[in-house]
Ligand binder design. Structure first.
Ligand SMILES: Nc1ncnc2c1ncn2[C@@H]1O[C@H](COP(=O)(O)OP(=O)(O)O)[C@@H](O)[C@H]1O
Ligand SMILES: [Mg+2]
Length: 175
């Protein structure tokens, strides 16, 4: 029996399915769920722009923040090009990360999970996922086989591979 489930999301569709599965298991066995996201500061723009609902996230973050934007950017691409000060970019990535976990948390509660916790980290994606899961006391990690990357030839993305290889607990990989 699992005592605590940890799910990792990068905001991709596959990761959202991982959130759904993790939430269904947590609800069925009545165990707590922690949702973790590693801030994607180092991501290429085209990868970030594949994030599910990214335009909505950008608009939402724009409304919530006091960052001075002349216009709401047309998309994630516009957000990171041009002469925007890098401090703003850091804040935007952070706010988008907060929004990703907060939406995943709402979804998990909708699916009947009673205890949902969220956390964000910074650094190497896989290392952080493993650390966050350990800190949460998770004995199962759920994640997607693919994320925002585009190397379609690979069956597993690099984050997925590294977590599967290095985790000490059970890893469930959603396809
Ligand atoms: N920055 C991140 N924060 C949290 N989870 C992540 C992050 N990046 C990837 N993941 C998890 O790992 C899964 C696989 O992603 P990844 O290995 O990066 O594949 P890809 O190469 O297709 O992007 C995702 O579905 C998600 O569950
Ligand atoms: Mg990826």
């Amino acid at each position: 029996m699992n005592k605590h489930i940890f799910v990792a999301t990068d905001g991709s569709d596959t990761a959202m399915r991982a959130v759904d599965l993790a939430a269904e298991i947590a609800a069925a066995f009545d165990v707590p769920l922690t949702i973790g996201h590693v801030l994607q500061h180092g991501k290429p723009v085209d990868e970030l722009s594949r994030m599910a609902e990214v335009e909505h996230l950008v608009e939402h973050v724009h409304k919530k923040s006091d960052i001075q934007w002349d216009n709401i950017p047309g998309g994630m691409g516009d957000l990171f090009v041009g002469h925007r000060p890098s401090q703003d970019v850091v804040r935007i990535v952070t706010m988008i990360g907060d929004e990703i976990v907060s939406r995943a948390s709402d979804r998990a509660k909708e699916l009947g999970v009673k205890t949902v916790d969220t956390t964000t980290g910074d650094g190497d994606y896989a290392d952080e996922i493993l650390d966050m899961a350990e800190r949460a006391g998770a004995d199962m990690i759920v994640l997607g086989n693919r994320g925002l990357g585009r190397l379609r030839r690979a069956l597993l993305g690099s984050v997925s591979q590294k977590v599967n290889q290095n985790a000490e607990c059970t890893v469930v990989t959603v396809r």
